[in-house]
Design a protein around this ligand. Structure first.
Ligand SMILES: Nc1nc2c(ncn2[C@@H]2O[C@H](COP(=O)(O)OP(=O)(O)OP(=O)(O)O)[C@@H](O)[C@H]2O)c(=O)[nH]1
Ligand SMILES: [Mg+2]
Length: 324
């Protein structure tokens, strides 16, 4: 039987980092396939992940737990036929809930060995009230407290206490028995997504959770959350400092900025990764696409428009879409 792990967690908490830094290391002899669903029309993570894994399926322009469930299932079927992986890792978008994906994988006859919810130890308080973030914790059986390098021991402990409370309240229950579907859960700590191997050793068996909540009603969470995204394209012949200036003044309601930029003073394209005020850059050789930044947050349209007015290097597309 093919096994799988679902990696969930809010925007920018370190899911892709965990896939690039931890997973490969623990399964060097296994055939691994990655399915990645990103919030936004344009997949950036898949470009990073393709440098590490040979089999990466990108599903973008929607959410695999709502509108794209069918596309997800047919994509997984195709990847199995073509590549015959031993383990599939699914990185959900920061705005999706893991439980419907869990059900889809089980419907496909794939064993789900763990639902891992990555938590940002530093920025948890900025996003913990988002309802999707709560359901991500409720639907997971392994919680990874990441970015522990950015907090003190006291702060990490305080987040762990809050996590426990939210987990208790939002734990997915069997609709018939009222009992939590995951008999237990564990919390691990990580830096740069590096976790102990135990995280992938499975702490429950599928029998524990099959026939759970078969009538689970999934509401399209994109209706209740107001997360939106906006893409801006960058002019040519710009320098790195021009982009840095944009990233220095991002308003608070824009949680996340991702993109790939080309500047005249760096030879390769650069992957830009901004979450909650922190930013990192990574060179991305062989990138042939356009230079762009994707902004994600709550009701951000006006903010992105004023960023574009202020910074001449940013252009909104002629027919811009804003998606939730
Ligand atoms: N300091 C620090 N930064 C981290 C850590 N883990 C990830 N990051 C940074 O956090 C940013 C987001 O990381 P990603 O792995 O892209 O996050 P993600 O959850 O995949 O993001 P989305 O897919 O957009 O929701 C990047 O700039 C990473 O370099 C960590 O443990 N410590
Ligand atoms: Mg990611």
């Amino acid at each position: 039987m093919i096994s799988s792990f679902i990696i969930t967690g809010f925007l920018g908490v370190g899911k892709t980092t965990m896939l690039t830094n931890s997973v490969k290391q623990y399964f060097p002899d296994k055939k691994i396939a990655i399915v990645v669903n990103e919030f936004g029309d344009i997949g950036v993570d898949s470009k990073i992940l393709s440098n590490v894994y040979s089999e990466v399926l990108e599903i973008s322009e929607g959410c695999i737990c709502c509108q794209l469930a069918e596309e997800f299932e047919s994509g997984v079927r195709e990847i199995i036929e073509k590549y015959n992986p031993e383990i599939i890792f699914v990185e959900t978008s920061g705005a999706s809930e893991p439980f419907p994906i869990f059900m889809s994988l089980q419907n496909l006859g794939i064993s789900v060995d763990g639902v891992i919810c990555v938590v940002d130890a530093k920025n948890f308080s900025s996003y913990k009230d988002n309802s999707t973030a709560k359901y991500q914790l409720g639907g997971a059986n392994i919680i990874v407290l990441n970015k522990t390098d950015l907090v003190s021991e006291e702060e990490a402990l305080a987040v762990e206490i809050e996590l426990g409370e939210i987990k208790e309240k939002y734990n997915i229950k069997n609709t018939f028995t009222g009992k939590a579907i995951f008999k237990n859960y564990v919390v691990h700590r990580a830096e740069q997504g590096l976790v102990n191997k135990e995280v992938f050793e499975g702490i429950y068996r599928v029998e524990d959770v099959v026939k759970l909540a078969e009538d689970f009603q999934h509401l399209d969470h994109t209706i209740k959350d107001s997360l939106t995204q906006k893409v801006a394209y960058l002019k040519e012949d710009i320098v790195f400092a021009d982009v840095d200036a944009v990233l220095e003044n991002i308003p608070k309601n824009i949680y996340r900025v991702k993109g790939v930029i080309k500047v005249t003073d760096v030879p390769n394209a650069i992957f830009v990764n901004y979450s909650f005020g922190d930013v990192s850059f990574e060179e991305l050789p062989d990138y042939e696409g356009k230079s762009l930044l994707i902004f994600i947050g709550e009701d951000i349209d006006r903010n992105v428009a004023s960023l574009c007015e202020k910074h001449e290097i940013l252009n909104l597309p002629m027919f811009s879409t804003s998606k939730s």
